[in-house]
Design a protein around this ligand. Structure first.
Ligand code: ADP
Ligand code: MG
Length: 432
């Protein structure tokens, strides 16, 4: 029996590569669609694994949908997958065009554009921070004077990702600069350059994400993840831990909000990642939802802690087959992101853990000599590693110990760089 071929939109990065590998290992012909530039960056292993590829201009989504649909029909492809935040809307339209399982195309924008998301949430009763879309200085002044916003508030781009351009503003003085920072964010594929920014009420509390898979409109929550973030004006992820066991009433409330957000954004077939702030009083605020598997190695954490093969599950959902979502393990897993203490030239990065028992994944993204940044976005990570084990406390302690053993030295960026040192430490648009 010949298995149906699948189309992966953007195969770069660890999540996409795990998905491609899983699909190929199960005997599916894996085709990738990517921009010419992205395709050039694919390593030989990935290129060998692909049964075919097509160069696509994702900056012109309407045309891309038609061209990709023609490609998929020509090659008999029966599923469309992406783990790229910026391509979830295009994926929904392509699935609809091909008549394969996918999310509601008419709602797909609401899981990508935070202004549309805030509207969809407000219209369907999802609890979310009060949000105003502003265009200019007058609009910004008006939003800041609105008692439903107040201080601190959060200023962010409408279509960003990876915490880029998101600022917690504690007084009117920093608001204009924060709005400019948000406007300067250019996402992938012609996102960005929008004069509009979001001004949002601040939700205080502890931040979690819910990792879910929806099939035919029925949602299974795989895990609640505790997000580790920097405090202060920039909220940058420093790690994730799962599974979190919340008190039953809080878990019920968190799941209820995630399900409301999933319905509001038209997620019917596929993964979602819902970020939720839980206040001291147990009240939940949905910060955002993505119609995709979480990034930041969360797929790997689920696999190691719970024994769920998320890549196989994503494939099954995309093909309309029943997915195996019952945990087969009951452990704990955490990822730590390595970041630079300041902006400058990286002169030493050593002491990374090595892959071995309880440490299934180590990734170094920066090399000595490169320019590194005080983290202002998740793309500024220097590397990451995963720790797993049966006991949550022990796993966290080992991860913290390993993080402390990493030595990072950075020369101030006022020092003239030496020849050949211009390469930034990190170049991808979404932090893997
Ligand atoms: N309204 C808010 N209240 C409190 N914290 C927020 C709010 N909005 C964003 N944040 C913080 O900033 C981080 C990044 O913002 P988010 O809206 O998730 O943008 P991105 O799409 O770049 O991840 C969040 O994970 C959260 O820690
Ligand atoms: Mg987020």
């Amino acid at each position: 029996m010949t298995l149906p071929g699948v189309l992966l939109l953007d195969a770069a990065g660890p999540e996409a590569s795990a998905l491609a590998t899983a699909a190929a290992a199960r005997g599916h012909a894996v085709h990738a669609a990517a921009t010419a530039r992205a395709f050039e960056g694919y390593g030989p292993e990935l290129k060998n694994l692909l049964a075919g590829n097509t160069i696509s201009d994702f900056t012109r989504p309407d045309r891309a949908v038609q061209e990709l649909a023609a490609y998929a029909r020509r090659h008999g492809l029966r599923a469309v997958l992406t783990v790229n935040e910026y391509l979830t809307e295009l994926a929904a339209h392509l699935c609809a065009e091909l008549g394969v399982p996918g999310n509601a195309p008419g709602r797909a924008r609401t899981a990508r554009d935070k202004a549309a998301m805030a509207e969809a949430f407000a219209a369907t009763g999802v609890h979310t921070p009060y949000t105003v879309l502003v265009r200019d200085a007058d609009g910004l002044r008006g939003a800041l004077a609105d008692p439903r916003v107040g201080f601190p508030c959060v200023i962010k781009p409408a279509a960003g990702a990876g915490s880029a351009g998101v600022t917690v503003v504690s007084s009117p003085a920093g608001a204009a600069a924060a709005a400019d920072t948000a406007r300067r964010v250019t996402g992938m594929y012609a996102n960005g350059g929008d004069p509009h920014v979001l001004v949002q009420a601040y939700a205080a509390g502890t931040e979690y994400s819910v990792e879910s898979l929806t099939q035919d409109g029925t949602t299974t929550h795989l895990a609640v993840t505790r997000k580790h973030l920097t405090g202060g004006a920039k909220r940058i992820e420093t790690g994730h831990s799962l599974p979190v066991r919340l008190p039953p009433a809080v878990q019920t409330a968190v799941y209820r909000e995630a399900e409301s957000a999933i319905r509001a954004t038209g997620i019917r077939h596929g993964a979602s990642h819902t970020e939720i702030m839980v206040g001291d009083d147990g009240r939940c605020s949905v910060i955002e939802i993505g119609a995709r598997l979480a990034a930041g190695q969360i797929g790997l954490l689920i696999q190691h802690a719970l024994g769920i093969d998320v890549w196989a599950a994503l494939l099954d959902v995309a093909l309309g087959r029943p997915a195996a979502l019952t945990p087969t393990a009951h452990g704990h897993a955490t990822v730590r992101f390595v970041t630079s203490p300041r902006t400058g030239w990286l002169t030493e990065l050593s002491g990374f853990p090595v892959v071995g028992p309880g440490v299934p994944f180590v990734r170094r993204r920066a090399q000595a000599g490169g320019l590194v940044h005080e983290p202002a976005a998740n793309t500024h990570r220097l590397g990451s590693f995963v720790v797993t084990g049966p006991d949550a406390g022990d796993v966290e302690e080992r991860a913290d110990t390993l993080l402390r053993q990493i030595r990072i030295h950075v020369e101030p960026h006022t020092t003239p760089r030496r020849p050949g040192q211009a390469r930034p430490a990190s170049t991808s648009a979404i932090a893997p």
